[in-house]
Design a binder for this molecule. Structure first.
Ligand code: NAD
Length: 522
């Protein structure tokens, strides 16, 4: 893979990348040159300087991955990348410890009035009485948003002998009890806590989550910290609460407007500590971000699915899914070529061990990708597959059965096209295998040129097909036949050394006792 490093990242990441990829570092690249040259690259790494716009994505004919060494992807047009099937990855874990440590720093700064004490000493004063502080020990920490950063803050606060109460309506109870925290509602957190720390994303639901009413509920001497995103705390209401000593103090790393206006009224207050959005700025976080995105690109170059793909569902253990991805792709491709006409619906059933995997979205996306790619020529990836299926009017349904019909795992894909239903079932046995086509059991490796014929199960049918193929100099690799005893029908699946010409397909269909003949390329 050829990768452009368009913004300065830590050398460690570049060294890792160089072991597997052709790496070009051009950290001053202009927007015009980026537009001109992006077609040469399979991947690009950016921080926040380089804007990966819709135009850049359109020109990136070979682009497969856009990696942001950091968390926010405001500089990447995520929708345009998704529509083109390009992965966007980031490195959310790289900053968790760093932000949690900054939060702890701010908590101690508030508890011990460190910032104003420092200012006072530098002004030549010695105001010992003014800076009476409080201990963190035995205080209650209220965490709003218990994700990566929130949980790191809790584990650090345990070392300070603090108790924690948490508001996170999306966190399962089991995980909360594993971490050893009490999950509760927002008002209880506000009412009980001495220190409140906010670690939620900014969404319509969390915008001004902490406003006038919430400050009223908080304890008089409580402190609040926001190292998440500006806008979660309503700054006007915060000013009023601090000015009137409704709460003890506040620390902010993020603001409704960044940087805040020069004359922001928050600057007048002594009971607020402000840092310039630096919670994630440590050498270690930058190094880890570079390493994480380099490893993500290497995963992709080795045909594995990267872990932090923003436009794909998160898989906690990608390796469990890897063996099924190729199978799913082949099953999708098989049915879409075998069925006649436009597919209206794809029904998928995961059976046995594959059915027990926690999330089938990536596998379903790979089936859709396989089903539409024969017609759309490599423009579909698991990322844009659901969009393409929707555009083509396909309905996708997914189900699970608890046995694998004698195999460890089995995946059944049925295509519905008008009145026709065509199904194929497969498993992974040292690579993809087709086990059943409609009601016929077979055992075929789906690869290369293939041919399927449905015929009357009487002597001579197989011979007639073989003779016609032979007359056209088409060599048969493997032949599998399956029969339906009740109906007297049978199916033949062949792997061939070359493609069957369309005229020969027509001739085969014209043979007596042959119901259907289709060719496939897998
Ligand atoms: P995360 O996705 O791991 O965790 C977010 C948590 O918030 C999740 O557990 C989620 O369930 C919870 N949540 C979502 N909506 C909620 C709601 N309405 N009420 C309560 N909980 C809710 O995210 P993270 O990596 O821990 O990051 C947390 C925040 O920190 C994000 O806003 C991120 O942008 C910000 N951040 C800031 C900096 C900085 O430089 N200051 C750096 C990194 C991250």
């Amino acid at each position: 893979m050829k990768v452009l490093v368009a913004d300065a990242i830590n050398e460690k990441g570049i060294d890792i990348l160089k072991k597997e990829c052709d790496v070009i570092v051009d950290t001053d690249i202009s927007p015009d040159n980026l537009l001109k040259n992006i077609k040469d690259y399979d991947g690009i790494i950016v921080r926040s300087r380089t804007k990966v716009t819709k135009k850049v994505i359109k020109e990136g004919k070979n682009l497969k991955i856009i990696a942001r060494a950091g968390v926010g992807v405001d500089n990447v047009d995520l929708d345009a990348a998704t529509e083109k099937g390009i992965m966007v990855v980031n490195s959310p874990e790289s900053t968790s410890i760093t932000v949690a440590e900054h939060t702890m720093g701010l908590m101690l700064t508030l508890a011990r009035k460190l910032a104003i004490a420092d200012k006072s000493v530098k002004e030549g004063k010695w105001e010992k009485k003014k800076f009476m502080g409080v201990e963190l020990r035995n205080k209650t920490l209220g965490v709003i948003g218990m994700g990566r950063i929130g949980s790191q803050v809790v584990s650090r606060c345990k070392a300070f002998e603090m108790d924690a109460v948490v508001y996170d309506p999306y966190l399962p109870e089991e995980i909360a009890s594993q971490i050893g925290v009490e999950l509760t509602d927002l008002n209880t957190v506000l009412k009980k806590s001495d220190f409140i720390t906010v670690h939620v994303p900014l969404t319509p639901e969390t915008n001004h989550l902490i406003s006038k009413e919430e400050f009223k509920i908080m304890k008089d001497n409580s402190y609040i910290i926001n190292c998440a995103r500006g806008g979660i705390i309503d700054e006007d209401a915060l000013y009023d609460a601090l000015k009137s000593n409704e709460i003890g103090g506040c620390a902010l790393d993020v603001y409704e407007e960044e940087p805040p206006k020069e004359n922001s009224k928050l600057f007048e207050l002594d009971n607020i500590v402000l840092t310039p959005h630096i919670a994630a700025s440590t050498k270690e976080a930058q190094r880890d971000a570079a390493i994480i995105v380099a490893e993500e690109i290497i995963r992709l170059s080795q045909n594995e699915t990267p872990q932090n793909v923003l436009n794909l569902p998160r898989m906690d253990n990608n390796k469990e899914y890897t063996p099924y991805i190729e199978l799913c792709n082949k099953l999708g491709s098989f049915i879409s070529q075998a069925v006649h006409g436009k597919i209206n619906e794809i029904e998928i059933v995961y059976g046995g061990e594959v059915g027990e995997l926690p999330n089938h979205e990536l596998l379903t996306r790979s089936i859709i990708q396989g089903a539409v790619n024969p017609y759309l020529k490599d423009t579909v990836t698991p990322i844009n597959a659901p969009i393409v299926a929707k555009q083509r009017g396909m309905t996708i349904t997914e189900g699970i059965r608890n046995d694998g019909k004698g195999y460890d795992s089995i995946i059944k894909v049925t295509a519905v096209s008008g009145n026709e239903r065509f199904s194929v079932e497969g498993t992974n046995l040292h690579g993809p295998r087709i086990l059943k086509v409609n009601s016929y059991w077979v055992d075929v490796k789906p690869e290369g040129h293939m041919f399927i014929a449905k015929y009357e199960d009487i002597p001579g049918s197989i011979g007639k097909i073989g003779t016609l193929l032979g007359e056209d100099n088409i060599n048969v690799g493997i032949m599998q036949v399956g029969r339906e005893l009740d109906s007297g029908k049978a199916i033949m699946i062949l792997t061939l050394d070359e493609e069957v010409p369309n005229e020969l397909i027509d001739k085969l269909k014209d043979l007596d006792n042959i119901y259907d003949a289709v060719k496939l390329k897998l």
